[in-house]
Design a protein around this ligand. Structure first.
Ligand code: GDP
Length: 548
């Protein structure tokens, strides 16, 4: 496109979009760069906005009857149900505007139909419905007479636990488990879940009511809890032929779980659990890969996800919509620092040491990876002057880290020296919180905004073992380069490598073959469950076409 054609297009887009500027002003601060030249990225968003606007002008209130490609994009290929009030959660129907292209990964028609069926179930069984109130009463009795069919509504209660990346992965895992077992997912609000996320299901709530009878015990649930599935098994308290079942079971799926707790991933243990109306789950692991090893879920999972390595990509875009406050953090940052660059690169630095650093070996590793992979240009120590006839390419590097040291180093390097390619490198880091402050509202808002911003970059580099990075890659549908975990504070060789799939890694999978009832390597049981690139004992989903 010539610059004349481009400016004509931008002018036309601006004229069409003018009325929408007002409506979108809350989340897109156009006014902040109104006196700057519009870039290609701005034109892309404006183009999308204008398509959205002209179809809105045709009289569609919820936007569902818009032109097919716009509604395809806006509803993320049918993942999102229409009809939500747009202002209460601006991100839900606007996130698509921030992606260069719609995701190439389309949800299966079967997944869409199961999501719609789930939404109906949640509406029928959600907080304070007749069925919910009835099932709550059962909690008052220790044991209940239960057959597989006795409760109309059964629940998985997700307990808020661990860092935000872990929480996002475990909510997604619990949701998939709920779908597979026809249960309703209710989430413990913890200190800040409602502040971070919008409601995902229409006309109901996924938040566990604050007067839930067991709520005050959540913090104390641990590996020793007598009502945990593992401990009930040990004490022989669960007999599949018995008519009496506990009204609730605690599922301890935290990294310190033992061999008995882990049996919930075995088929034969699903039957007794099916009878129990309330499953209270605490986890810090993305346990989805183990569900794929269970023959009773296998067929359903293949229909839901014909492309197996898209599970978290689809579920995360369906479930996690930043609240308006967090969306403000994301969009203001995006427009101010990222939108105008020709290319954006996300670099997520997570250091599992006593302090967040900066450490010299981590800085060396970042440089070794980015320079070797030609993501960042070398600097020109000779300071030769750039050719003025060549328009430099601009790259915006979004860094996230608890420490500001890596950012300062890289920023100084590209300020103090020109690049050999002439490219202009802008380095940006939204926050440096110094240490993890889980469940502190302003801290978690920033963490969520940064994961989301990373997911919007063109190229992503993440850190080994970090669920923060897994969330960004899954949301964005990106296969990042992963910085391998350094040992003895030395740069690993190679410093980084491309992941085989965009799925998160399950860090603590059971090493057990349920059928053979013996220990086994779970990475060798089926072709689509493999060990992770960053953790040799971890498990992740891959697709047949992934380069294994
Ligand atoms: P993981 O520990 O890397 O697997 O990720 P989690 O998200 O579960 O826990 C780490 C927590 O530390 C985050 O949720 C944040 O609270 C904080 N944190 C770690 N790295 C960053 C960062 O780059 N930016 C911000 N804002 N917070 C971070």
């Amino acid at each position: 496109m010539t610059s004349y054609q481009l400016s004509t297009k931008i002018l036309a887009i601006c004229l069409i979009s003018l009325p929408l500027f007002v409506a979108f002003r809350l989340s897109l601060p156009f006014s902040s760069f109104s006196n700057q030249t519009l870039s290609l990225a701005d034109a892309r968003v404006l183009d999308k906005v204008s398509r959205n606007d002209s179809s809105l002008a045709q009289g569609s209130e919820d936007g569902y009857s818009q032109s097919s490609s716009v509604s395809e994009d806006k509803f993320l290929g049918g993942l999102l149900p229409p009809g939500f009030n747009e202002g209460s959660c601006v991100s839900r129907y606007q996130s698509w505007l921030y992606h260069k292209k719609p995701s190439p990964h389309k949800p299966s028609p079967y997944l869409l139909s199961r999501l719609r069926a789930y939404e109906d179930l949640h509406k029928r069984c959600g907080p304070y419905t007749k069925s919910y109130n009835k099932t709550i009463k059962q909690l008052r009795s220790r044991n209940i007479v239960s057959s597989a069919e006795s409760s109309e509504c059964k629940y998985v209660v997700w307990v808020s636990f661990s860092g935000l990346g872990n929480r996002i992965l475990t909510v997604a895992s619990a949701f998939l488990y709920a779908i597979l077992t026809n249960r309703v997912l209710l989430i413990d609000p913890g200190k800040d879940m409602p502040d971070l996320f919008c409601e995902p299901f229409p006309e109901t709530s996924w938040l566990l009511p604050t007067n839930f009878p067991l709520k005050r015990r959540f913090d104390k649930f641990n590996q020793k809890t007598p009502n945990s599935y593992g401990n009930m098994l040990k004490r022989n308290k669960l007999n599949a032929s018995s008519e009496l079942f506990p009204s609730y079971l605690y599922l301890h799926l935290v990294h310190d779980y033992d061999d008995h707790d882990r049996l919930i991933f075995c088929d034969q243990h699903q039957t007794p659990m099916n009878r129990v109306p309330w499953l209270i789950m605490k986890s810090d692991n993305y346990f989805v890969p183990s569900l794929f090893l269970s023959p009773s879920f296998d067929q359903e999972l293949s229909r839901l996800f014909p492309d197996k390595a898209t599970v978290f990509h689809h579920l995360s875009r369906y479930l996690f919509h930043p609240s308006n406050q967090v969306w403000g953090l994301i969009t203001r940052y995006y427009w101010t620092y990222l939108a105008k660059a020709d290319e954006t690169i996300g670099i997520q630095i997570r250091v599992f040491e006593s302090s967040s650093g900066p450490y010299q070996h981590v800085m060396d590793q970042i440089l070794a990876c980015t320079l070797k992979q030609n993501l960042l240009p070398e600097v020109d120590q000779q300071e030769s002057s750039a050719d003025p006839s060549v328009k430099p390419k601009s790259k915006a590097i979004l860094m996230t880290s608890l420490s500001s040291g890596y950012f300062e180093n890289l920023r100084n390097m590209y300020w103090e020296h020109p690049t050999v390619t002439g490219d202009l490198i802008g380095i940006y880091q939204p926050s440096h919180e110094e240490y993890q402050q889980t469940e502190k509202q302003s801290h978690d808002r920033k963490a969520w905004a940064e994961m989301y911003l990373l997911s919007l970059t063109d190229v992503l580099i993440t850190s080994a073992w970090s669920t923060f990075g897994y969330v960004a890659q899954g949301l964005g549908g990106l296969k990042p380069l992963i910085l391998f975990k350094p040992e003895n504070r030395t740069v690993p060789d190679p410093p980084c490598g491309r992941v085989i799939s965009m799925e998160p890694c399950f860090h603590a999978p059971p090493n057990y073959d349920c059928k053979a009832k013996t220990g086994a390597d779970p990475g060798n049981l089926v072709p689509h469950v493999r060990h992770c690139e960053d953790m040799s004992w971890g498990l992740k989903l891959v697709d047949r076409h992934d380069d294994i």
